[in-house]
Design a binder for this molecule. Structure first.
Ligand code: 9MJ
Length: 678
C-alpha cells in the first residue's frame, strides 16, 4: 500500500469510528468512550484532512460547520405537507378521539397506538438522498418552510450519512429540534456573561438557534433532535407500522424518542399519559404533552386527514402551568432577615391542577419591571415546588382604577422603618428581633429539620407562641412547660408532653447545626460546617476578626462581615448565653486554622493550560484544603498544575525546579489531602 492509500484508509477508519461513537452517544444514549478519546479521534482526522485537503468529503464529521453566513434563507416547498396535530385537553377528549378513530375504521376491538412525549421545539424536515443528508428545512406554514441545511448539519445528533443499508433512494424524515434543559441553562449563563440576550425558554432558544443565518453560531448551541415521522419516501417501501418505521430509522442512525411505546386502547393511552406527567420534571428536556398515533400505516391511510391535521394522531396536552387571574391586593411579608417581599393576593385560579391564591412579586424592582398594579389581570405560573409567581400583566385589561404598588415606609408588622440599601434589590425592616415577624421566622428556622430538628414544633404553633408572648426568642423554647403548651390551640396534653421531651432531646447537638440554626445571614449549612471545622468552637468563631473568618474555605468578605456583625450584637450574645444556660451542648474540636492544620496550608499552587474542569472549580477545591492559588510561578510555588497545551509557566516551573502535576497527579494529591467526610 502506498502512503497515500494508507492515509486515505486511516481517514476512512476515523470517519467510521466517529460516526459509530456519535450513534452510540446520541441514538443509543450509550457512549462507549470518554469525551477526551472522541476528541482525540476528531483531532486526528482534522489534522489528516488539513495535511491532505483532497481527503475531505462533504459528509466528513469535520465538515459540519461549513459555508458562509447567509443573507436570508431560501424557501423550501414541502411536497408532502408538514401536518400539525389536533389537541386533546382532557381524558374525555382522548376518549372521543379513540371513539372517532374506531367508528371511521368500523372497528370494535381496541386500537394499537404508538405514544411518545410531545417535544416543545421546532418541527424539521430532513431529506436524505442515497443515504446522504441533502436538505434540512423548517416547517414554516406546513407547505413552505425555510432551507436551514447549513444549520441542521451542525447538530451532532443528525447523521450526515445514514448507517447500514437498505434505505430508500429518497428518504424524508420529520422530527423536532429542541434544546435540552441543561444546555438551555448553560446557554443562558453564557449569554448573560457576555451581556448578550437571554432566552425565555428552551423552545425560543431552539428556534432562535436554528434560524441563525451564520451556521457557526448554530454550531455553538446545544441542539438535539428526535425523529417522529416520515415525509416523502421513494425507491423502497417502509414497514407496515409506525413503530417499526421508527425502529428502522434508529437502525439507520437517526435519533428517535427513547420513550416510544406501543399501547393498547384508550386505557393504555391514559396510563401512559399519567406516567409521563409524573416523570415530566425529571426528563432532560421540556415536553408539553404526549402524542398518540394509530400504529398501523394502512389504518393511518384509511383515516387520512382534515385540513392541516391527520385524523390518526392526537396530542394530549398537560394542563397549562400558567393561568390568567386578577391581583386583588398586594401585601408585604417580612422574612427572618427582615427582607420585605411584595406578595400578590389573587383571585383564586387553577394552575396545573392546583389552586393558587398568592404569588410572589420578589421585590420592588420586579414590580416596576413587570409594571403590575392592584386590579391588573396577570399570568401566574407554577413550576414544581417553587412559590407561584406573576409572569406578566395584560395592559389591555388594566381597569381605570388600578392602583400602583407602593413599598410602605414602615414594617407592616412592627412599625419600624423599612430601609433599602442602594445596591440591593431587597428592602428590609430595621426592627431586628423587635419585629414579631422576624422573631417568628427566626424561631421557625431554628426549629427546622435541617437546623435543631425539633419534632412537633410547627409554624402555626410558633406563631401562637410569639403572638401570646410565651416566647420571644429561640432560647425561651427550652423554658416552656407542659402546662403552658397545653393551653394552646390544637395542643393536647400528650402533644405538649412530646414537645417538651423533643426540646429536651434537641439540646444535644453539633456545632455546625447550632451555627446554622442561629440564622446568621448568608450562613447556610455548608458555610456552617466550614466554620465549625475551621474554628472548632463557638467562642473562637464569635471572637474571630473579619480577616480570620475569611481564612475559612467558602467564606468571602460579605459572609465574614455578617458573621462578625452577628456576634457583636448584644441581643444575639444574650440569646446565645441563654441557650447555653438552657443546657445546649455540642462537642468542640481543635481549630484547624489556628494550628495551620489544613492539609495544604502554606502551599502555593499555580494552574496553567487547559484542564478538563473549570479552573475556578479546581482553585476552590485547593483553597478549601488550605492552599493558596496564585497566577505566576516563583520559587515559592509548591506545585504547578499543568493541563494540556501548557506554555511559558511550564517552562518557568521546570527552570526553577518547581514540582509539576498533570491532572491525574493532581487528582491523587487532592484525594490524599481531602479529610474523610463524616
Ligand atoms: C412532537 N412535537 O413531539 C409529532 N411530535 O406527528 C411528535 N410531533 C407529529 N409527533 C405528526 N412526537 C405531526 C406532528
Amino acid at each position: 500500500m502506498s502512503l497515500d492509500q494508507a492515509t486515505r484508509a486511516r481517514a476512512e477508519t476515523l470517519r467510521e469510528q466517529i460516526a459509530q461513537h456519535n450513534y452510540q452517544y446520541f441514538v443509543l444514549d450509550d457512549p462507549r468512550i470518554p469525551d477526551s478519546e472522541y476528541d482525540r479521534l476528531f483531532r486526528e482526522l482534522q489534522a489528516l484532512e488539513a495535511a491532505h485537503p483532497a481527503l475531505v468529503t462533504p459528509d466528513s464529521p469535520t465538515q459540519r460547520v461549513g459555508g458562509t453566513p447567509l443573507g436570508a434563507f431560501d424557501e423550501v416547498v414541502h411536497r408532502v405537507p408538514m401536518l400539525s396535530l389536533e389537541n386533546a385537553l382532557t381524558a374525555d377528549a382522548m376518549a372521543e378521539f379513540d371513539r372517532r378513530v374506531r367508528r371511521r375504521l368500523d372497528r370494535d376491538t381496541e386500537m394499537t397506538y404508538a405514544a411518545e412525549p410531545k417535544l416543545d421545539g421546532l418541527a424539521i424536515s430532513l431529506r436524505y438522498q442515497d443515504g446522504k443528508l441533502l436538505q434540512g428545512a423548517t416547517r414554516g406554514d406546513g407547505t413552505r418552510g425555510e432551507d436551514v441545511t447549513q444549520n441542521v448539519r451542525t447538530i451532532a445528533a443528525i447523521p450526515l450519512q445514514l448507517r447500514g443499508r437498505g434505505w430508500p433512494r429518497l428518504l424524508e424524515v420529520r422530527g423536532e429540534v429542541f434544546m435540552p434543559k441543561r444546555g438551555f441553562e448553560a446557554l443562558n449563563r453564557r449569554q448573560r456573561e457576555q451581556d448578550a440576550k437571554t432566552f425565555a425558554n428552551p423552545r425560543n432558544a431552539a428556534a432562535g438557534s436554528l434560524r441563525q443565518l451564520d451556521p457557526k453560531v448554530t454550531a455553538t448551541r446545544p441542539l438535539m433532535t428526535f425523529c417522529y415521522g416520515l415525509g416523502e419516501v421513494e425507491g423502497h417501501p417502509m414497514t407496515a407500522t409506525h413503530s417499526d418505521n421508527m425502529a428502522l430509522l434508529q437502525d439507520w442512525g437517526l435519533p428517535i424518542s427513547p420513550e416510544l411505546q406501543v399501547l393498547s386502547g384508550l386505557d393504555g393511552c391514559l396510563a401512559y399519559f399519567a406516567a409521563m406527567g409524573a416523570r415530566r420534571d425529571t426528563l432532560p428536556y421540556d415536553i408539553d404533552g404526549v402524542v398518540f398515533k394509530v400504529n398501523t400505516i394502512a389504518d393511518q391511510e384509511a383515516l387520512g386527514f382534515v385540513s392541516r391535521a391527520p385524523r390518526w394522531a392526537i396530542a394530549q396536552k398537560f394542563p397549562a402551568q400558567e393561568a390568567l387571574t386578577e391581583i386583588k391586593a398586594v401585601e408585604f411579608q417580612v422574612g427572618r432577615t427582615g427582607a420585605v417581599t411584595p406578595v400578590a393576593r389573587l383571585k383564586p385560579v387553577l394552575v396545573g391542577g392546583v389552586t393558587v391564591s398568592n404569588a410572589t412579586l420578589h421585590n420592588m424592582d420586579e414590580v416596576e419591571r413587570k409594571d403590575v398594579r392592584v386590579g391588573d389581570t396577570v399570568y401566574v405560573r407554577r413550576a414544581g415546588d417553587v412559590i407561584p409567581e406573576i409572569v406578566r400583566m395584560l395592559p389591555e385589561r388594566r381597569p381605570a382604577d388600578a392602583t400602583p404598588v407602593v413599598m410602605p415606609a414602615n414594617c407592616p408588622v412592627c412599625g419600624s422603618a423599612i430601609e433599602r440599601i442602594e445596591s440591593e434589590a431587597v428592602a428590609r425592616c430595621s426592627g431586628g428581633l423587635y419585629c414579631a415577624a422576624q422573631r417568628k421566622e427566626s424561631v421557625k428556622h431554628f426549629a427546622a429539620r435541617r437546623a435543631m430538628d425539633i419534632d412537633g414544633l410547627g409554624e402555626k404553633l410558633i406563631d401562637q407562641l410569639i403572638d401570646q408572648a410565651l416566647i420571644s426568642d429561640p432560647a425561651d423554647l427550652f423554658g416552656l412547660s407542659v402546662d403552658a403548651l397545653a393551653g394552646l390551640q390544637r395542643m393536647a396534653q400528650k402533644s405538649a408532653h412530646n414537645l417538651v421531651a423533643a426540646l429536651h432531646d434537641a439540646r444535644r447537638t453539633t456545632l455546625d447545626r447550632f451555627l446554622f440554626a442561629l440564622g446568621i445571614r448568608e450562613v447556610g449549612e455548608a458555610t456552617a460546617q466550614s466554620l465549625a471545622r475551621q474554628f472548632g468552637g463557638l467562642d473562637a468563631i464569635a471572637a474571630a476578626t473579619e480577616e480570620a473568618l475569611q481564612e475559612t474555605p467558602d467564606v468571602g468578605p460579605i459572609v465574614a462581615r455578617h458573621v462578625h456583625t452577628f456576634f457583636r450584637q448584644p441581643h444575639n450574645q444574650e440569646v446565645i448565653a441563654k441557650l447555653r444556660d438552657a443546657g445546649l451542648e455540642w462537642a468542640e474540636t481543635e481549630p484547624l486554622a489556628a494550628a495551620g492544620q489544613l492539609p495544604l496550608s502554606g502551599k502555593t499552587f499555580v494552574l496553567t493550560g487547559t484542564l478538563s474542569e473549570p479552573r475556578t472549580q479546581v482553585k476552590e477545591r485547593l483553597q478549601a484544603l488550605g492552599a493558596k492559588v496564585t497566577g505566576s510561578v516563583s520559587k515559592n510555588t509548591a506545585y504547578l498544575v499543568a493541563g494540556e497545551e501548557a506554555g511559558s509557566k511550564l517552562s518557568k516551573a521546570e527552570a526553577l525546579g518547581v514540582a509539576v502535576l498533570d491532572e491525574q497527579a493532581l487528582r491523587e494529591l487532592l484525594a490524599a489531602a481531602t479529610p474523610p467526610t463524616d
